[in-house]
Ligand binder design. Structure first.
Ligand code: UFG
Length: 329
């Protein structure tokens, strides 16, 4: 039986494929390679290039493979872009997922684990955020992920398709051996940008706002290592296989770090100066997002290994220093 990974050439998907194969799963990958990298896909995975919005294509993959479940990472995920172009997000994320669910229903595939996001919560006043915190997305990206969750809920009721939605906080780092890692164009995420400054590829870091209601005035986020994050997906996949009900889990570390703290940590890890300057706030940034991940630990038995943010940055640094141009070389 095969695990079908949608978006398996992307940053998070490629780490999932790698870990699944290392744990002896049979893996098939669908990716349209619009933002993913073919080189990132483990050579033992069977790769089908195409788009999840193309129903005939998706059907053809389900017809060729004996699929026991789906892990779904295929989505657009840039908050700012989603505000500029919401229909891109409703099309790719919501319509794409709807097609996947139609085909799953047709082929009687009954389990799906998928990427949701902290952005479904919007800007909650209380941290840490639990799964009981009300959802209130503030941008089309978060809204599209919440719509995906809701669609899944009704498909569970009607067709018995079980799902686990994993609401990620800030995913970071790379595989420990630095063979795969994060490579986005354009890059918008804090850690890779800091490391590009460390490598001399950018002049300085722009710190987006230092007048937030936090200890040092910069935004606080909860960083979770990519390999820990993928462990949770595999546990969730096994949880559904064991016949458990649909569920939603936060994935974070229960601790928050400010932008300035991240910068300091990166300076220590890299030994580089990393110039930085305070810039205006970035539209739509919540001040603090920290996850309570107790539920994933309790129900799934998830045990994140990377509890030190410097270790997370170190794995990202190994990747970026090793592959300064990412997969382009
Ligand atoms: N930041 C800077 N300078 C930069 C880049 C980022 O100061 O050049 C700051 C941001 O303002 C933010 C923090 O660093 O306070 C983290 O920013 P990221 O862009 O790395 O991550 P976000 O917290 O904005 O986004 C993450 C995920 C999204 C998800 C969102 C939920 O990457 O997919 O959390 O709010 F939608």
């Amino acid at each position: 039986m095969t695990v079908l990974v949608l978006g398996g050439a992307g940053y998070i998907g490629s780490h999932a494929v790698d870990q699944l194969i290392n744990q002896e799963y049979q893996v098939a990958v669908i990716d349209n390679l619009l933002t993913g990298h073919q080189e990132a896909i483990h050579s033992k995975a069977r790769f089908y290039q195409g788009d999840i919005r193309d129903k005939e294509f998706v059907r053809s993959v389900f017809a060729q493979e004996s699929i026991e479940g789906v892990i779904h990472f295929a989505a657009s995920s840039i908050v700012g872009e989603s505000v500029e172009d919401p229909l891109k997000y409703f099309n790719n994320n919501v319509s794409g997922t709807e097609i996947v669910l139609e085909v799953m229903h047709e082929f009687e595939v009954k389990s799906i684990v998928f990427s949701s996001t902290a952005a479904t919560y919007g800007e909650p006043e209380d941290n840490p955020i639990t799964e009981m915190t009300p959802t209130n997305p503030k941008n089309p990206y978060g809204e599209s992920k919440l719509m995906m969750e809701k669609m899944m809920r009704w498909c569970d009721e009607a067709y018995g398709i079980k799902f686990v939605a994993l609401r990620y906080f800030n995913v970071a780092g790379a595989k420990t051996d630095a063979s795969i890692g994060e490579d986005h164009h354009p890059e918008t995420h804090l850690i890779p940008i800091i490391l590009e400054v460390a490598l001399g590829q950018r002049d300085q870091l722009a710190i987006f706002g230092d007048d937030y209601n936090t200890e040092d005035g910069t935004c606080v986020r909860d960083y979770v290592h990519i390999e820990d994050l993928i462990d949770a997906h595999i546990l969730a996949f096994e949880y559904l296989k064991a016949g458990n009900p649909s569920n939603i889990f936060n994935l974070g570390s229960n601790s928050g770090y400010s932008v300035k703290q991240m910068l300091e940590a990166a300076r220590e890890v890299t030994g580089k100066e990393i110039p930085a300057e305070v810039a205006p706030r970035r539209a739509g940034d919540p001040s603090t997002l920290v996850a309570a991940s107790d539920k994933a630990q309790k129900v799934l038995g998830w045990q994140p290994q990377y509890t030190d943010v410097k270790k997370i940055i170190e794995t990202a640094w190994n990747w970026h220093a090793n592959r300064p141009n990412g997969y382009q070389e």
